[in-house]
Design a protein around this ligand. Structure first.
Ligand code: GLN
Length: 494
């Protein structure tokens, strides 16, 4: 069994640890060995915290020996390198955070360590979580463990939580943390054939998570199956006095409430998510999902979300606006990189920011600064805020009629590693199905739902009412049981 330990789900690991079938140290060692063997290929981890993992695992074993410990005692976890981890290099995949070791722990990671998680290391991402392919990291691109049938070409794992998704799909970690501002948990989960849930805005604390767009950012887990997402969400979520946008309401034990009974559930199918020219396999996968729900007694209801067509444009005003403000703090004074320290203050700021940020981050800072500037604020930012409200209203109205909404997660499967969009908007189109939910602050999960003609995974997205993650998880749990998606990526040969 030992050589297969890293293919178990979180729930299987948790139960095996409790039953003393294997130890936390054994689990940590198995994962570290696999990381050692294949990380140079995938480039999923920026930092590997081997010593820390073994020390934490030892502590877990001591607790498990006394039949004590938290909800995930002894289970290894990979952390997107956007969460501040005390005394451990935290980069946001940006040159500007060179050498930054936070003096504090993010609330999300603290919650995980408090429940017995064992830290394997920090995972690669698009710089400051801006991207859809993990192509903008200062630490290099990440490789998707999946390949097209009969082809050896490298593919992207999606973004921005690309390292997290690749690590879980490649058996380097059973679970990984992601963040989702416009799709960064769901789209990489879809590209890598695994599960990822973005909870309702306010469900998880953002404290100590490096901010991209504060009114959109939410943390969530990337896992192998729906049960593991349910477990992790209960571990991560909760009110935090340090984040005024975290919501003070009880966190359910999502796992114990899992049910795959969808009989009588009203499932909305938004017509705007089937544009002309939609990829045929994406459309077929969606139809198959609809059929399975119908056969199990769910009621399928056609709905309309009329402002969907404005969602991308709205997102790409709101998110850059917030990022331009959030990223103003990186100026060479307090964190990371400093260039031109012997020059005037203004020159030092300029040189540090010029050298520290990559092209995509700079583009967004410039767009954001532009839309917030006095002459353009009303024309762009204020208008975008109004449309954001209309998008949220679309969902509110739809949820008067339905319990859940089913859509594809992304318009395509994973694309090529060497893909160069002819302009940035082409890349932004990847987010077309995930961004509306983010603007509305609603919970949504992506589950693997089939393979396309090239043998690559495609995800389906299930969107729920605010704070109704349970219905999202339950519908996903049902879909998982009937879809029986058990294809595995080719990975790196043993
Ligand atoms: N791809 C989107 C963007 O580039 C979403 C990123 C995210 O969710 N962090 O902004």
């Amino acid at each position: 069994m030992a050589d297969k330990l890293n293919t178990l789900t979180l729930a299987q690991m948790r139960d095996g640890l409790k039953a003393k079938k294997f130890s936390a140290v054994e689990l940590a060692k198995t994962h570290l060995a696999e990381i050692e063997r294949t990380n140079s290929h995938y480039n999923a981890f920026i930092t590997i915290t081997g010593d820390k993992a073994l020390e934490m695992a030892k502590n877990s074993d001591a607790k498990l020996a006394k039949n004590e410990g938290g909800m995930i005692e002894g289970v290894p976890v990979g952390v997107k390198d956007l969460f501040c981890t005390k005394d451990v290099l935290t980069t946001a995949a940006s040159h500007i955070l060179d050498g930054f070791k936070p003096q504090y722990e993010s609330t999300i990671t603290k919650n995980i360590w408090d429940q017995g998680g064992v830290m394997l290391g920090k995972l690669n991402l698009d710089e400051f979580a801006m991207g859809s392919g993990n192509l903008t990291s200062y630490y290099g691109k990440v490789i998707n463990p999946w390949k097209k049938k009969g082809s050896d070409a490298k593919l992207v794992p999606g973004g921005s939580s690309g390292g997290s998704a690749a690590a879980v799909a490649a058996n380097l970690a059973p679970i990984a943390l992601g963040t989702d501002t416009g799709g960064s948990i769901r789209q990489p989960a879809s590209f890598c054939g695994i599960v990822g849930i973005k909870p309702t805005y306010g469900r998880c604390s953002r404290w100590g998570t490096i901010a991209f767009a504060s009114s959109l950012d939410q943390a969530g887990p990337i896992t192998r199956d729906v049960r593991d997402s349910a477990i992790m969400l209960s571990v991560m979520a909760g009110y935090d006095v340090k984040d005024s946008t975290s919501v003070n309401m009880p966190v359910p034990d999502f796992e114990s409430l899992l049910s795959n009974d969808v009989k009588g559930k009203k499932v909305g199918i938004p017509k705007e998510y089937r544009p002309d020219g939609i990829d045929e396999d994406v459309s077929k996968t969606w139809d198959n999902g609809i059929r399975l729900l119908k056969e199990a007694g769910a009621e399928i209801i056609d709905i309309t979300l009329p402002h969907t067509k404005y969602a991308l444009a709205t997102y790409y005003i709101v998110a850059p606006a917030e990022c331009s403000s959030n990223l103003a703090r990186y100026d060479g004074v307090r964190f990371g990189l400093r260039v031109g320290g012997d020059k005037s203050l203004a020159e030092m700021y300029e040189q540090t920011r010029a050298a520290g940020f990559g092209a995509e981050v700079k583009r967004r800072i410039m767009i954001g600064t532009y839309v917030l500037s006095a002459g353009y604020y009303d024309a762009y930012y204020k208008k975008a805020q109004r449309i954001r409200w209309l998008i949220a209203e679309d969902f509110r109205k739809a949820f008067e009629k339905v319990d859940i909404i089913l859509t594809p997660t992304a318009p395509s499967a994973a694309f090529g590693f060497d893909y160069k969009p002819s302009n940035p908007v082409e890349m932004y189109l990847n987010d077309v199905f995930t961004v509306p939910t983010s603007l509305a602050g609603l919970p949504a999960i992506s589950i693997p739902a089939g393979l396309n003609r090239d043998g690559l995974p495609l995800g389906l997205q299930i969107i729920g009412k605010a704070f109704d993650e349970q219905t999202v998880l339950n519908t996903a749990y049902f879909m998982e049981s009937v879809l029986e998606f058990n294809a595995r990526p080719q990975g790196v040969a043993a």
